[in-house]
Design a protein around this ligand. Structure first.
Ligand SMILES: *[C@@H]1O[C@H](CO)[C@@H](O)[C@H](O)[C@H]1NC(C)=O
Ligand SMILES: *[C@@H]1O[C@H](CO)[C@@H](O)[C@H](O)[C@H]1NC(C)=O
Ligand SMILES: *[C@@H]1O[C@H](CO)[C@@H](O)[C@H](O)[C@H]1NC(C)=O
Length: 491
């Protein structure tokens, strides 16, 4: 009896991948280190201003999910969505049906899709995401969580489409030839999405699933994206293998894996969201751990983010409330492509933040040529709706978010070494796979972000933490990388 019990306990531990990590209770995410056998992963695609615009034919709303639990033996009650995939004593019990993943405008789903969303592609995606989140939801403390999010974005912008607001204010169609990539009407389309539902391979314990597709809707597409996830039952963690390829028609593409807030807004998204961050990390008290293995960089214009953190607060420091005319998305990213141009330099101060704060609290102004670490910054841009900017300063693109945005992009530099970030160009790049433990909280508490004079400093609470690349205008660039061990730790 004792032996049987022990075996049972072993089996339970194996199947659920529980590891005796003493710090696991400090994790801010639902799946610390990507170790949970029962994976939760979703897909979202965004147009230039983080909406849908138009669904791609036969693809439904660009939201999908692959969520399952691993069972050690067939359980009749769970057969409903079960794939015919019981090998070596394990089976995967899927939570999301193909029909759920195909939901798109015009398809009714009483109690799930509201009347107003039924013919509105932007709203339909929001309600579909919440629904998929409910199917995948895992009970946990202090909050339930839903999934990792694969995010794909097409940077084409047709200024004549009228689809994107300017700093959150609706603007009529306009012409601005050459400013944004767009081959013709329809350039803001959503992609083809193929899905290989996670299954067990012949060996009986390797689980693998994938999303892939292209933006060219005609056959034989040139642009390409793919995310494959793989893990052995009970052993190690999931490895997410990404590929992204641009084309002449789609030269600006983004592919990230995100840990988003489990409710409320996530970075750059002004709707209620579902994600993985069961606790929202707040500066300065959190770290991010991950292993990144970059196989191909994606060319000179690939802005590979070792980490991108996103949040939202108003210029007066108050939290965002969904009013896109005053909410401001805040991003900070470290770009680790060593080919990245040094836009911030003593001759282009408008590309630099007004000052740099060292870890010890000392501040140096951007005009202090001797002490300001120009090479630590790629570019800073201020929110387009800021009213008290110190000149000289550039403002961020007003169209590529549902609201105004502020972006601070960093480059590897000795000043970031104290936070565990790369210090030299080339660190962590192709052929230099590493496990990073980044003091993201410490670093982000010392970064410059704009605020109206005399207002209480915003609490820096981050609703998205992501890794991936933004290939910014390149005709046939290929990036490829593996991500694993992702964790956000509250310190
Ligand atoms: C399930 O497996 C059985 C037995 O191998 C096979 O005959 C059947 O076609 C399979 N069903 C599906 C849906 O793949
Ligand atoms: C997506 O992946 C599957 C399985 O590896 C492959 O057969 C298919 O060709 C891929 N799709 C595209 C558009 O390349
Ligand atoms: C803080 O650090 C900077 C950079 O290392 C250094 O130049 C400065 O003297 C330090 N300030 C204090 C007060 O220690």
């Amino acid at each position: 009896m004792a032996l049987v019990l022990l075996t049972l306990i072993n089996l339970i531990l194996l199947v659920h991948g529980i590891e005796g990590s003493p710090s696991s209770h400090l994790s801010a995410i639902g799946d610390p280190g990507m170790k949970r056998d029962g994976l939760r992963v979703a897909f979202e695609a965004w147009n230039f201003c983080n909406e849908v615009g138009f669904e791609a034919p036969q693809m439904g709303s660009p939201r999908a999910a692959d969520c399952f639990d691993v069972s050690s033996k067939c359980n009749k009650a769970d057969r409903k969505y079960q794939s015919n995939n019981t090998i070596g004593g394990y089976s995967l019990i899927h939570k999301v049906s193909d029909l759920d993943n195909k939901l798109g405008i015009g398809m009714e789903k009483p109690g799930i899709i509201s009347e107003s969303a039924l013919q509105n592609p932007d709203l339909y995606a929001v309600e579909k995401e919440l629904y998929l989140g409910s199917l995948c939801q895992v009970s946990d403390k202090p909050n339930p969580w839903s999934f990792w999010m694969v995010m794909l974005k097409n940077g084409n912008y047709d200024t004549k489409s009228g689809l994107c607001p300017q700093n959150g204010k609706k603007v009529p169609p306009f012409t601005q030839p050459g400013k944004f990539p767009c081959f013709d009407t329809g350039c803001m389309n959503q992609p083809v999405l193929n899905h290989g539902k996670t299954n067990l391979l012949e060996d009986g314990h390797t689980m693998r699933g994938w999303f892939n597709g292209t933006y060219e809707l005609e056959t034989g597409g040139i642009s390409y994206y793919e995310v494959v996830w793989e893990k052995r039952v009970g052993i190690g963690g999931w490895v997410f293998k990404h590929k992204l390829k641009t084309s002449t028609k789609y030269p600006w593409l983004m592919l990230y894996l995100r840990a988003d807030a489990t409710k409320g807004f996530s970075g750059g998204y002004h709707y209620d969201t579902r994600g993985m961050l069961k606790t929202l990390p707040e500066s300065p008290n959190f770290k991010v751990r991950l292993t990144l293995d970059i196989k191909q960089g994606g060319g000179p214009n690939s802005q590979f983010y070792l980490l991108d953190i996103g949040s939202c607060w108003k210029n007066n420091g108050k939290p965002c409330d969904g009013d896109v005319t005053t909410d401001v998305t805040r991003y900070s990213e470290m770009i680790i492509n060593p080919k990245t141009a040094l836009w911030c330099n003593p001759k282009s101060l408008h590309n630099c933040p007004p000052y740099h704060t060292f870890r010890n609290g000392t501040r140096v102004h951007q005009t202090d040529n001797r002490r300001f670490p120009y090479e630590a910054y790629h570019v800073y841009c201020a929110p387009g709706n800021a009213e008290h900017l110190e000149s000289p300063v550039g403002t961020c693109d007003p169209f590529s978010n549902p609201q105004a945005q502020e972006i601070l992009q960093l480059l590897p530099h000795p000043v970031w070494g104290e936070y565990g970030y790369p210090t030299r160009l080339g660190d962590g790049w192709v052929g230099d796979s590493r496990t990073w433990e980044l003091d993201v909280g410490g670093l982000s508490s010392n970064l410059y972000f704009y605020q109206d004079p005399g207002t209480t400093p915003a609490r820096r609470i981050w609703t998205s933490v992501d890794v991936g690349t933004e290939i910014y205008k390149d005709d046939e660039a290929i990036a490829e990388w593996h991500l694993s061990d992702f964790d956000v730790l509250i310190t």
